[in-house]
Design a protein around this ligand. Sequence first.
Ligand code: AMP
Length: 541
Amino acid sequence: MIEFAPWPKELGQIYRQRGYWIGRPLCAGIEAQASARPEAAAIICKGRHVSYAELDRAATNLAAYLSGRGLGRGDTALVQLPNVAEFYIVFLALMKLGVAPVNALYSHRQIELSSYADQIQPRLLIADRAHSLFGDDAFLAQLQALIPNLSEALFLGDEQASRSLTHWLSRDASPPPGMAPTPAHSVAFFQLSGGSTGTPKLIPRTHDDYDYSVRESVRICGVTQQTRFLCALPAPHNFLLSSPGALGVFHAGGTVVMADSPDPLSCFDLIARHSVTMAALVPSAVGLWIQAAETRGAPPAPLDHLLVGGASFAEAQARQVPDKLGCRLQQVFGMAEGLVNYTRLDDPEDVVFTTQGRPISPDDEIRILSEDGSPVPDGETGQLAVRGPYTFRGYYLAPDQNARAFDADGFYFSGDLVRRTAGGNLRVVGRVKDQINRGGEKIASEEVEHLLLRHAEIRQVALVPMPDAGLGEKSCAFVVARTNLRGVDLRRHLTGLGIADYKLPDRFRFVDDLPLTAVGKPDKRQLRAQLELAEKPGATG
Ligand code: AMP
């Protein structure tokens, strides 16, 4: 069994008694659909329709193959796939087997993948030959040198049958004999933390807790068999996976339509072609859709429900959604660590346009705390702390980080600054975590700073967010260098180390020194203020 920080026994009992944790592995919902409506379309990807029966069959084939290779409950896997049907088939196969994956983003590179592998010590890698890291076996060999356990590797697009993911998905095989259902209280998979520290952290999610968040999301968002859901952001994101995401759609028996990106023109085309009814976007993508709607007309009529979350959504833009995009808006404020808030479909307009909603569960315990740790009254800003039936209790193997992120009562501090309205809805107004939210992709400043400091000519560095009209925020690195350096040198340095492109600083500012706080740390508030001033119309800085 994979070790993780469990909920205290008394709380677990309450969550079971109240019907939140129902002892069901995450594969059960899809399996039920496969027997009830085998011919219904589960996934549409690049014109290919995958029925529930085909989804279940392909996953069973892969599970049978992997079981024959000795993989099973308690093992882990590192998976990196683009937005293709195989992403969900592999996920289902691993859920059947009880193998817990990390689903890395397709934009992740050596630094992220090595760090995840180091943490979970996977026995299996599933990746894509079309990805720059896996065109040959050099990076696989590096990973294997780091992880002696890593004995199995399958690739999308491998020419050799024995290593081809497609081959093992399509080769008919029986379910592994004697496979007992995976215990629902065990770790189903590791979700990715947006992070605020030097290394990317992992969030263990159990079958019980994740399944509950999916079932409730389905109810709150009104997902049904008729739902055709557009997945146009990276599929592993918690928002796209479970809020209500693809797992919610599969639970309800609807169809997931996959897109490579939220580019409005290709998405509008998919909406028309496949009668998409529901989509989930980050605010920066909503901006692009509104622009496209203004010049080319609203998205096709089948789209009637847009979920928006992942980053701060300006009220002015929220109010434009019904008119410009011709659909209902539902705001989402969620996190891979657990807590998800939604505005409700029958909320008054004001709530939908000006808040990020309220929690899924009556047992989501929310505290909004001032700097001294005392609760603030409604309407005042404080730090969000939460515990509940689907909010994790500790990062994987990160005791120091956990000591900082949780209080003695097991409340998790998300690093968000929120206000609660009199009606009980939350408004996200800022954050205290040292993170940049670049169009919904989170960048832990410390991770990038540590990598920049590996450059011999850098003395000091501070990465801070700068306002951006398109993405909401971009990143700016303030650098104190020993010699004359250029941004291009530092970008090359980071690319050489192998980080995801979205983490590369959008701007470098070379300075003689950094302003410091009273305790001698770089004063990021002052640096941010400098950038905000420079962005103001008429500023010359
Ligand atoms: P992730 O774990 O990547 O889903 O990121 C979760 C974080 O994204 C939250 O802790 C917030 O900082 C931010 N976030 C998510 N949804 C919203 C929202 N609707 N408004 C503002 N920030 C959000």
